[in-house]
Design a protein around this ligand. Sequence first.
Ligand SMILES: [Zn+2]
Length: 276
Amino acid sequence: MARLCGSLDRSLGCRVPACDVGAPTTKHAMPLVESEAVVLRSSNFGEADKLVNFLTRGLGRLRGVAPNARRSRRRFGAALEPLSYVRVWFFEREHHHLVRLSESELIEAFYDARGQYERSLALNQIAELADLMLPEREPAERAFRLVLVTLAALKRAESVWLPLTYFQLWMVRLAGWLPALEECSRCRRPLGEEKAYVSPATGRFLCGRCRQPGMRVLSPSSRAAAAAMLALPLEKLDPAGWDRRRAAELQAYLLDVIEYHGERKLVTRELLYEKA
Ligand SMILES: [Zn+2]
């Protein structure tokens, strides 16, 4: 498997092979496109086909039809399973929103082989957030690398809570919805060791003086955790002590922001926070 990029903040350090999207062949009317991708969802479509929602490295999120994928596994094998890192070949179709998948091969499977419920939910949340937050056909290479880094971490981690929080935080950051962590968004006073008060409607942090009724509290330790996640690659963060309780406050803030901007309640949110 290709080595994953460790830091999302700078593409300079990226060790991932260059994007290989768009190698055309001449024998088809529309060029055959080859790309790395992560399958987000796949569902039955018509008599024998599958409808696949996938995030490519260079072309953003796409949806396509895999013809006859349910009858014959020859061309797609297990490479359409959700949360699989795959190489796909597909055709754009004139006047069609859906691409036509021609072939796919598995690079690495990430679905929960150990059958752990919490891990399955975390994987489902990655698919749900990528689907909700990444518009179709808008290149999102950093989000693609973030998905891969998070999937790899979830595969080896004892607990889902650090990788999942890291993923949520970076998705909010990449969407442009994260305010400066260290100051009040209104009066610009440094927050230091004070609590911040947050509102999902604006995503902003306010100090104790500027706070408004009904705002949620974000503790200095949650802000410090977020700052560390923005500064360091996931594999450099210490997972010790990262359990559901430690993640709860920061995740509640991030998921509020995502639901507000996404204009949708997240299906996986309630499930993840049900009593384990
Ligand atoms: Zn203030």
